[in-house]
Design a protein around this ligand. Structure first.
Ligand code: ADP
Ligand code: MG
Length: 379
């Protein structure tokens, strides 16, 4: 992440110095998968990998956006901002649009972007770039918007302008997280609580391993899971599956085995997420291990959203000494996380890599994740 280079490229693009440099991180979800659209709980933390933007105002009513990674520039007049526009720049232009949509006075800007959040790996490079732009625009235009509202603006950009029907998890994590904390988020009330995750102090670390499995059928499967949950909630007469209090009684009311499995995942995953919150608050971080394992088993057997590469990575991580491991993110590929003894995560990543080679899979990539701060100003 070369801020000097970013500033220099900004000067070339804008013809002036940036007014400042802002960042927002990617995230991983520690636990709480497919609970968000069931009005349930999630528990993500922010990564040290982040998007960084250099921004300055301009007076010609143009939003000029440049991505260092793609080496591309897109300029669009504010008057021409149109939801449904394709391409990477819609994530940035969408934020300008969403702020204006919510009544904020935002005019032309030059945005120069760089990011080390890998694109499309499930670590939320999209929320990182949106939330970095929200942070920047709030400062340069002097907008008084609280952090949760900032996350909502970024979500509006992604939902309404880009057209991706995602929940609030990614943007809330990227905006609200604190260093050494996870964010417990109630996806119904949008209430949050900071959850202490002092990994180093506990003698632990979290390995994030990208399986590099290309996501296939992910949109269709996601839609199908969502519909099944809505149908089940309707049959059970509750607003959302979050409201199921007696799982056995609920299962007895459901007509088919697939629906019962889906509901069992959502209801047990929601309980595990609350339990993880309590375990972390009580300071016994090692007890997160069994919860991660149970979450993975539930995604594999009941929600059926894992794939062989992901299951192999989780199994090998456990054999190699991880205290618990699970797929993280929407499924059908993406990343796994493993709770490891401090200093052992890299070796565990290596073991998974060897197992992948033996199985004829492509090489995975991994890093040790430390819970990092949410969006802010760098200079
Ligand atoms: P994820 O959020 O899991 O990384 P998404 O599909 O939601 O995956 O978002 C990825 C998209 O975000 C990319 O296809 C691209 O359009 C945009 N994006 C992310 N980072 C950058 C970047 N550094 N430069 C340009 N576009 C980016
Ligand atoms: Mg995304």
């Amino acid at each position: 992440m070369d801020i000097q280079q970013l500033s220099s490229d900004h000067r070339t693009q804008a013809g002036r110095e940036p007014e400042g440099v802002w960042f927002a991180p990617g995230r991983v979800n520690l636990i709480g998968e497919h609970t968000d659209y069931n009005d349930g709980f999630v528990l993500p933390f922010a990564l040290e990998k982040k998007a960084v933007v250099a921004v300055s105002r301009r007076d010609d009513g143009v939003v000029s956006m440049r991505s260092e990674e793609l080496d591309e520039q897109v300029d669009v007049a504010i008057a021409d901002l149109e939801p449904g526009t394709e391409g990477w720049s819609s994530y940035l232009a969408g934020v300008v649009w969403a702020l204006r949509q919510s009544g904020q006075e935002v005019s032309g800007v030059t945005i120069t972007l760089t990011s080390d959040v890998p694109l499309g790996a499930g670590l939320s490079s999209s929320a990182a770039i949106e939330c970095a732009v929200v942070a920047a625009l709030c400062d340069v235009f002097g907008l008084d918007i609280d952090p949760m509202e900032r996350a909502r603006v970024a979500q509006l950009a992604e939902n309404a302008y880009v057209g991706a029907p995602t929940g609030l998890l990614d943007q809330a994590a990227s905006t609200l997280c604190r260093e050494d904390f996870g964010l417990f988020l109630d996806c119904r009330s949008f209430e949050t609580a900071q959850v202490p995750l002092p990994m180093a102090e506990a003698g632990l670390e979290i390995l994030v391993l990208d399986t590099k499995t290309p996501h296939s059928h992910v949109d269709g499967e996601y839609g199908a899971r969502r519909r099944t949950c809505e149908e089940a909630a309707a049959i059970l007469g509750v607003p959302a599956l979050r409201d199921v209090t007696d799982l056995d009684a609920a299962l007895a009311q459901l007509p088919d085995e697939t629906m019962r499995k889906r509901v069992r995942h959502v209801v047990t995953e929601n309980s595990r997420t609350v339990e993880a919150y309590e375990v972390a608050r009580s300071g016994s971080l090692r007890d997160l291990g069994p919860l991660l394992d149970a979450s993975h088993a539930s995604m594999r057997d009941d929600y059926e959203i894992t794939v062989p590469t992901v299951d192999l990575a989780v199994a090998v991580a456990r054999e190699a000494g991880a205290l618990g491991a699970r797929m993280t993110g929407g499924g059908f590929g993406g990343c796994i996380i493993a709770l490891c003894e401090a200093g052992s995560g890299d070796g565990i990543g290596q073991r998974v890599s060897e197992a992948y080679a033996a199985a004829g899979y492509g090489a995975p990539q991994w890093f040790i994740a430390t819970p990092a701060p949410g969006a802010g100003r760098l200079r």
